[in-house]
Ligand binder design. Structure first.
Ligand SMILES: [Zn+2]
Length: 549
């Protein structure tokens, strides 16, 4: 058996997979006898450029009804590469002055049997400058008996003078389903069976190139029996998808011990960290597709988390090309742990519970989500985050405006002067907050301070560094597919549910609250105000946003 891609090379345009945007106009031109004298086929390798060029060459002299028929002597000769009037040149290796001179001479010769001589120049961008110049003269006034087809993966490297004289068709990458379908056809003809998943995996690995897919399939056909995905993975040395899915899930759920165990096991089996991270990315990608309802296996994370995870792994891949041991792998994986909680994230772990530590560092604080260089400030920041996450959203909205400081056995919550309202509301809830603060920080007392800038020296800032407030959205956000319900607030009632401080825009506050509750503020109806205000509308569809009285 010859190479699969040669054996199953299309003999008609119908057999070419995909590329309808190329096939249709070409077929029309053939039928109407209006073929151009020079074509440029560009696109990635293995997607059918040379095949289509050969089909054109067949069509030129085909004696069948529907051209090219693939069976007449002309078509057969072209297919075998034995037609005297069809010249295939690999531009990369026929670049010398003599080659060009020879080419020019051949162009001038009349065809022997076919109506036209067809020159197919593969890797055309590799032609030398002198070769292009020689061709240009021919292309300016092409002899009527000549048809040129340039095929290239890099059309941008073709000289503009050539580009302006050719009909340019861009071939696209083939979809995985298109490739799998062709592989299925080949297998049927050979009387072999295969799992759809196996074919899709081969298709994915070939990155849209049919020729690569066919070569891969050819290697795999040496295996006995029906082709399964597990077989393909094993034969190609890929980590099994089930294991990668387990690993992804453990990481996304923050189950550090499970994740590390699985990673070590796979590493121990001989899989390179790069192929493990690459496989993990495939799993996350499928999870991302699933999160958007595009099929595939779902993962316990929202689309934004998955996207973040993919970005981090992509960066890790580069680092892994320099250093590729177990430690580097673990670092890459643990980097996925503190993704910003967006979509339907798992419930946060209580930070006081000390889970097993990822890396054997007996002196590090036992807190799985802390990066290795956890210092005192880092500890406070982590604790503060966990503290906030444990609060009810309404209470969190007030407390998160504070900056925490530890002084002895007291946790001091400092509110900026502009957040007097938050300060007041938080202080009112001290009874709720104190037990949580005790559990989280091991303090005995909780103090609320409103910082007054004007009273300098009244309460000097403590030596501990302040912790920046966390800007992430709370974990109560609605799942992505559901539209957020707009929250309409009528403020015309007698008792506004807030006490606006001077200089604070109450609608800002409401908007923040609405976000916290998983809603969205559409507009705020204002009390009859003495002066006109800026329209309050978040989405730009609410007009001026102010209802008439
Ligand atoms: Zn024919």
């Amino acid at each position: 058996m010859g190479a699969l891609y040669r054996t199953f090379r299309p003999l008609t345009f119908q057999e070419v997979v995909g590329q309808e945007h190329v096939k249709e106009p070409l077929l029309r031109a053939i039928r109407e006898g209006r073929l151009a004298q020079a074509y440029l086929f560009s696109g990635p390798r293995g997607v059918g450029k040379t095949t289509t060029a050969r089909l054109l060459a067949m069509a030129v002299g085909c004696q069948g009804q529907e051209r090219p028929c693939g069976v007449c002597p002309h078509c057969q000769a072209v297919q075998k590469g034995a037609h005297p009037d069809v010249v295939e040149i690999d531009a990369a290796s026929n670049n010398s002055v003599e080659d060009v001179r020879e080419l020019r001479e051949r162009i001038l010769l009349a065809p022997l049997t076919a109506p036209k001589k067809v020159f197919i120049l593969d890797e055309a961008h590799m032609l030398s400058k002198s070769a292009f110049n020689a061709l240009l003269k021919t292309l300016e006034e092409p002899p009527p008996h000549v048809l040129f087809v340039f095929a290239t993966t890099e059309p941008e490297r073709m000289p503009p003078t050539i580009l302006s004289r050719v009909q340019h068709y861009r071939f696209r990458r083939l979809r995985e389903e298109e490739i799998a379908l062709k592989l299925r056809r080949i297998l049927e003809e050979m009387g072999r069976e295969a799992e759809e998943e196996a074919l899709l995996l081969i298709a994915r690995l070939s990155d849209g190139a049919m020729r690569d897919a066919e070569s891969l399939l050819e290697r795999l056909l040496l295996l006995e029996g029906p082709l399964t995905r597990t077989q393909v993975e094993a034969a190609l040395g890929l980590p099994p998808k089930e294991a990668l899915a387990r690993l992804a899930e453990a990481l996304l759920l923050g189950k550090v011990p499970e994740a590390l165990k699985e990673a070590r096991r796979l590493y121990g089996l001989g899989f390179a960290p790069r192929s493990l991270v690459g496989g993990l990315m495939e799993v996350l990608r499928e999870g991302l597709y699933a999160a958007y309802g595009l099929g595939g296996a779902r993962l316990p994370a929202g689309p934004e988390e998955l996207l973040q995870a993919l970005t981090r792994l992509d960066e890790a891949l580069e680092r892994l090309s320099r250093r590729s041991d177990l430690l580097a792998l673990e670092a890459a994986l643990l980097n996925l742990l503190n993704l910003a909680p967006t979509g339907p994230a798992p419930p946060p772990e209580p930070a006081s519970a000390s889970g097993p530590v990822p890396e054997p560092d007996p002196h590090a604080p036992a807190r799985p989500k802390a990066p290795p260089e956890a210092g005192e400030t880092q500890d406070l920041a982590e604790g503060w985050r966990a503290f906030l996450e444990a609060l009810k959203p309404t209470l969190r909205a007030f407390v998160r405006e504070a900056r925490p400081h530890l002084e002895g056995k007291t946790l001091i919550l400092r509110f900026p002067e502009s957040k007097a309202f938050h300060h007041k509301k938080a202080e009112e809830q001290k009874a709720h907050l104190l037990p949580l603060a005790r559990a989280q920080f091991g303090v005995e007392e909780l103090a609320f301070v409103l910082e007054k800038k004007s009273l300098s020296g009244a309460s000097p800032p403590p030596p501990t560094r302040p912790v920046p407030p966390r800007e992430a959205s709370p974990p109560v956000a609605a799942p992505p597919p559901e539209p957020e319900p707009p929250l309409v607030v009528d403020l015309e009632g007698e008792d506004p549910p807030w006490e606006a401080e001077e200089g604070e825009d109450p609608s800002e506050e409401l908007r923040r609250l609405a976000r916290l509750l998983g809603g969205r503020l559409l507009w705020v109806r204002k009390p009859k105000a003495p002066e006109a205000e800026e329209p309050v509308s978040e989405d730009g569809i609410g007009g001026n946003g102010i209802m008439p009285p």
